[in-house]
Design a protein around this ligand. Sequence first.
Ligand code: ATP
Length: 248
Amino acid sequence: PNDTPLLTVDGIEATYNHAIVALHGVSLTVRQGEIRALLGANGAGKTTTLKAVSNLLPAERGKVTAGRIRFDGHDVARTGPADLVRLGLAQVLEGRHCFRSLSVEENLVTGGLGRGSGRADIARDLDRVYALFPRLRDKRATAAGLASGGEQQMTAIGRALMSRPRLLVLDEPSMGLAPLVVQGIFRALVALNRAEGLSILVAEQNSTIALRHAHRATVLENGAAVLEGSAAELRARDDIKTFYLGEG
Ligand code: ATP
């Protein structure tokens, strides 16, 4: 990673339905080429933070009420979600969200459409995803709804990669998956980061796996960022799981 910030979240507050305060003071930076983990117990505000980053809160009757988010010099509040994807910010939502009746490959192709890619570009990008996740090549004609949980998560990540992001945002990629599958997914993310310098922001309840693969991490508690540091620093503090992550 270098020191240039790609994403800056600066003191944001957020509410749902003009009432529930979900965030009250979240700041974090993702630098170019960095893998940043966002940790926190259930309900700490990870998903809300990630949705704010992609300007997806309005679709949920949510709103950022204070603070500011900038992606690569753009004010996120003034940029629609689809424009953010075109600018290079792609998000894999919690729970994978594949189109269940479309094949794995059709799911992947949908990720390249917003960019207006031609046939040759799409073929090249598919090859890139299949090189990263060889299993998906074998399953490419299978309906995504019939694929395993791990294959669906890989499909959702692959679909995001089809938009050629510079920042990939993932909401709990480990959810519901076996440890070996989770490890495979994190290894693929690290490989992409090393090979292409792809910057990654990943929210995880599984702090062990996240801290093993990220460069730095931010810890959320009750809607506020309470701690941040290098993954090595946070790994060395055994109070974190008990105090902040509800893993006691
Ligand atoms: P999880 O791991 O369960 O996704 P999280 O850390 O991602 O937890 P959020 O989902 O961001 O936390 O939730 C933060 C707070 O906002 C919680 O109090 C939650 O109940 C509330 N909240 C989340 N989504 C909504 C919504 N769509 N409408 C109203 N309140 C919401």
